[in-house]
Design a protein around this ligand. Structure first.
Ligand code: FES
Length: 313
């Protein structure tokens, strides 16, 4: 299934010029690698010769070499550039070509255009500008992609947690459309607060989730009472096989520190402990308990049309 969008398919540092990386995104199987110029490339993970996954091969000077019979495919065009053991008067037949996908890099992710023809529009704006140490990872979550996006609005604490912070069920306003995303703010408290969250009136913290109407890049922020960001996080998502979701993420702790902050938060910061955790072992019972509320709007809005996007970095 291709829907004609840019998809953040892998962390930039996971794509190299030695071993191709197999990823699945929005129903497409891809082999990612870097060519001789260092540019990230994406080919369909299927050799046009005998259908062997190209990700089982290796990166060579001319592109990606299949591990079975050694044919090599150019990363930009997908054309077969070399077949071993051809006689001197034989040439590579032009019909042998792997499907190549346009790629771009921004915010530390390799984005792949999964659509027909030339890319339309550009990469979604994220405003991600890390300072200090970044925390990143990738995994496959055992939840279908549409559900993963919906749960990020209905109950993000099922999918991620901020250290020493407790998210509440209380929305701070209605979901709103902003820059191609459905954005929702919910109150949060320090985990050390003894007051039950349902009696809290002024929340010292806010969790802002921005779920895309096209593509799969989720933005999450933990903000203080003045809406100054404490933690920013990007999660690239895409449908994998058998109802699972590919995830790759990166995030960081901002320099700002609110005045009233628990000692354990300060200690964790000094020790360099990860400020957030993206859950990969997702509890089914917790998902089943969630009310379907803001995600109703999301399902309506994730329609097949292109949204305005900014120029790629
Ligand atoms: S299967 Fe790839 S070269 Fe033969």
């Amino acid at each position: 299934m291709t829907t004609g969008n840019w998809w953040a398919s892998a962390l930039s540092e996971a794509v190299n010029n030695k071993k191709p990386l197999a990823v699945a995104c929005d129903g497409e199987e891809l082999a990612l690698f870097r060519d001789a110029s260092g540019r990230a490339r994406a080919l369909e993970d299927r050799c046009p010769h005998r259908r062997v996954p190209l990700s089982l091969g290796c990166v060579v000077q001319g592109g990606l070499q299949c591990g079975y019979h050694g044919w090599t495919f150019d990363g930009e065009s997908g054309a077969c550039s070399d077949i071993p053991n051809l006689h001197g008067n034989e040439r590579v037949p032009p019909r042998h070509s792997a499907r190549a996908y346009p790629t771009r890099e921004a915010d530390g992710f390799v984005h792949v255009w999964l659509g027909e023809g030339e890319p339309q529009g550009t990469l979604p704006s994220t405003g991600y500008q890390p300072v200090g140490r970044e925390y990143s990872g990738s995994a496959i979550a055992s939840v279908p992609h549409d559900e993963y996006l919906a749960v990020m609005l209905d109950g993000p604490d099922c999918l991620l947690e901020f250290a020493h912070v407790r998210m509440t069920d209380f929305f701070l306003g209605d979901p709103r459309e902003e820059e191609g995303c459905l954005v929702l703010d919910r109150g949060a408290v320090w985990s050390t607060q003894v007051l039950p969250s349902q009696f809290v009136i002024d929340y010292p913290l806010m969790v802002r989730t921005a779920v895309p109407l096209r593509g799969g890049m989720i933005r999450v922020q933990l903000l203080d009472q003045e809406e100054i960001p404490l933690i920013s996080l990007l999660i690239g998502t895409g449908g994998n096989r058998r109802g699972t979701t590919s995830l790759c993420w990166r995030g960081f702790r901002h320099a700002h520190q609110p005045a009233k902050v628990p000692l354990r938060w300060r200690a964790a910061r000094r020790a360099g402990c990860p400020p957030f955790t993206v859950k990969t072992d997702i509890e089914g019972a917790a998902l089943a308990r969630l009310l379907v509320a803001p995600s109703r709007d999301l399902r309506q809005l994730r329609r097949p049309s292109l949204i305005p996007v900014r120029e790629a970095v």
